[in-house]
Design a protein around this ligand. Structure first.
Ligand code: NAP
Length: 295
């Protein structure tokens, strides 16, 4: 089961997360990577836009070798010529002390729309040379996914947000059409940056529209004796995804999440079905963290 867990790394290089908004120290990161490897996690999700996360991973790989598959992301940039694209990919390779990237994703749809004709040929070239194993895109909106997938371009991986609130990518058979096209699906924001664990009484006013639902998640957890982590993870894995990207702040959180993954049975959710349905949120200002207006 662990091989479907992808370790998120934004907080390896940035102050990240709604509850603790902290950047982890290199020693903590290395202990998390050590434990993750030991417990069978096979893949890391990173990006050059995550501060020095790639470098911190690189210092781990320098002593341990490349012991994880790597998903990294091309930064948002005005790619007017192919050499800029190669420069940024080469920078990620040297940051992480690796000579190949398993999954190279565009970090923004804007890069695809504006510079796809410059960027995609380079990705295909680097794929032929074995520098990139697969390439694709990380998106926020279903229309972005449809546009990219419909036009093909040889992409073989996408990263999308899916969670108890955000059902946009699991409705309308989005995912099954991807599976049929042999495109791997990585789900992120499984805990909506940790919002599901927060005490609704301590939440900023911005979240008033969903305080009832966050309270309901905790109630359901008590009524059905199922941990919030397990509920959140089960929901996402009840859909056809190849991997779930989870961020953690500590070795303890990692071990906890892996134990829930190991003891998951989606049937857990059967009694909860209607309750889970009622948790859906349409309001994009809530389900898209980049739209949050909180201090
Ligand atoms: N555009 C993109 O491509 C994009 C966008 C966002 C994220 N990502 C990727 O996804 C990763 C995860 O980010 P996310 O926003 O999706 O976060 P998430 O996985 O939904 O939530 C992670 C946060 O949940 C809390 N948490 C995790 N396990 C917990 C547990 N067992 N008990 C209590 N709290 C727990 C931690 O925050 P606290 O302890 O602080 O509460 C942790 O930082 C990032 O590191 C990044 O790799 C990619």
């Amino acid at each position: 089961m662990n091989n479907r867990l992808i370790l998120g790394t934004a907080n390896f290089g940035l102050e990240y997360g709604i509850a603790n908004k902290k950047k982890l120290g290199e020693d903590v990161v290395h202990s998390i990577l050590e434990k993750a490897y030991e417990m069978g996690v096979t893949t890391l999700d990173t990006a050059s836009a995550y501060g020095d996360a790639e470098n911190v991973i690189g210092s781990f790989f320098r002593t341990k070798g490349k012991c994880f598959q790597v998903i990294t992301k091309l930064p948002t940039h005005d790619y007017r010529n192919p050499s800029d694209v190669k420069r940024d990919i080469d920078t990620s390779l040297s940051n992480m002390y690796i000579d190949s990237i398993d999954y190279l994703l565009l970090h923004s749809y804007g890069t695809y729309e504006e510079y796809g004709n410059i960027v995609l040929p380079v990705l295909n070239e680097y794929k032929e040379e074995g520098i990139i194993g697969n390439f694709g895109i990380s998106v926020y909106h279903p229309y972005e996914l449809n546009n990219v997938v419909d036009r093909g371009h040889g992409i073989s991986a996408v990263e999308v947000p899916i969670n108890l609130f955000d059902r946009r990518f699991v409705s309308n058979d989005h995912l099954s059409s991807l599976i049929n096209k042999n495109i791997r699906v990585f789900a992120r924001s499984v805990f909506l940056q940790g919002l599901f664990f927060m005490d609704d009484l301590k939440l900023a006013g911005f979240f008033n529209p969903v305080k009832g639902r966050i309270k309901r998640i905790r109630e359901l957890s008590e009524i059905y004796q199922i941990a919030i982590e397990s509920m959140a993870i089960s929901f996402v894995l009840s859909h056809s995804v190849d991997g779930i990207v989870l961020g953690v702040d500590s070795v303890e959180q990692l071990e906890k999440n892996i134990s829930y993954l190991d003891n998951l049975s989606v049937k857990n959710l059967s009694g909860l079905k209607d309750d889970i349905e009622s948790l859906e949120v349409q309001d994009e200002s809530i389900i898209l963290p980049y739209k949050w207006q909180i201090d």
